[in-house]
Design a binder for this molecule. Structure first.
Ligand code: SF4
Ligand code: SF4
Ligand code: SF4
Length: 272
């Protein structure tokens, strides 16, 4: 890491940082650029050497690599390995990178050729089952969310720069939701994964009167069985629960026991 600035005689280390995208909507990178009020302060902490969404310069010497998106093609796998070799710290940036994200919905279909035909017709395209970064390379830091929450990114990056341990909330979204004095959406007739989902987004969706879809993955000791009971008490089927649990890939370890066998074409246990 290089020191290029000083404040009152003390060197400030500014890591060289690069941003990359694999299969993604690029919304996580956009999220970072969107909040202009703190953008300059944030970038003062870093030397950004590659960030296609924000600049045309490119330099392959970096300390920290933010990688957005999941791996769905052979060339992405190779690219990711090269990024890993070059970076001292590799950050899985957003739920696509951490869990496969919405892209991994296609893995629910047993017949991938059928999926390819349905989506692309006869167009020749390289597309493989979706994998999160950690299935291919070692990941040092996960930043969850679809999209990531910018305030959390800023906190994590600041902790990295000053050498602090990176901590995540272990408690579920419900804690923040209640602190924000929201009326529980179950009482308003909507399902919500807040009881089992890792907090850190400040209950973004319930604050806006929408149930949580679990984009940040499971909270510590997430009790999905109990959530299934809560859903049933409020008249929601296990298919409704499955739809949400499977949406971003973070709950993949929990869904097998809940999945019902399906009978139709290429679908396998999609619950839809
Ligand atoms: S995590 Fe969500 S917002 Fe981020 S790249 Fe993936 S789909 Fe887009
Ligand atoms: S709305 Fe969702 S996050 Fe909020 S208290 Fe109810 S279940 Fe929890
Ligand atoms: S409330 Fe749930 S779905 Fe919405 S941003 Fe937070 S973790 Fe993601």
């Amino acid at each position: 890491m290089s020191a290029e600035l000083s404040y009152m005689g003390v060197d400030l280390t500014r890591p060289r940082v690069a941003f990359f995208e694999l299969s993604s909507c690029e919304g996580c990178q956009l999220q970072l650029l969107n909040k202009e009020a703190s953008l300059l302060d944030f970038f003062n902490l870093l030397q950004v050497v590659q960030f296609r969404e924000a600049m045309s310069e490119k330099d392959d010497t970096y300390d920290v690599a933010f990688v957005e998106g999941s791996v769905t093609r052979a060339d992405e796998e190779e690219r990711l390995k090269i990024i890993r070799k070059r970076a001292k710290i590799l950050i899985a940036f957003g739920s696509c990178a951490c869990f496969g994200g919405v892209n991994q919905l296609k893995n629910r279909f047993a017949d991938q050729d059928w999926v390819k035909r349905e989506v692309y017709g006869d167009f020749a395209i390289d597309t493989q089952p979706v994998r999160p970064l950690a299935d291919i390379v070692e990941v040092d830091v996960n930043i969850y969310g679809c999209p990531v929450k910018k305030e959390e990114v800023e906190r994590i990056v600041t902790d990295l720069v000053v050498g602090k341990t990176i901590l995540y909330p272990k408690y579920p979204v419900c804690m923040d939701c209640k602190a924000n004095e929201n009326i529980c959406l179950f009482d308003l007739g909507e399902p919500c994964l807040g009881p089992v989902t890792r907090a850190g987004c400040d209950a973004w969706c319930p604050n806006n009167r929408m149930g949580c879809w679990g984009c940040r993955g499971p909270a510590e000791a997430a009790n999905v069985e109990q959530l299934k009971n809560i859903m049933a008490e409020h008249g929601f089927s296990s298919e409704t629960l499955l739809d949400r649990l499977e949406c971003f890939g973070g709950f993949s370890a929990f869904v097998d026991g809940l999945r019902q066998p399906q009978q139709d074409t290429g679908k396998q246990g999609s619950g839809i």
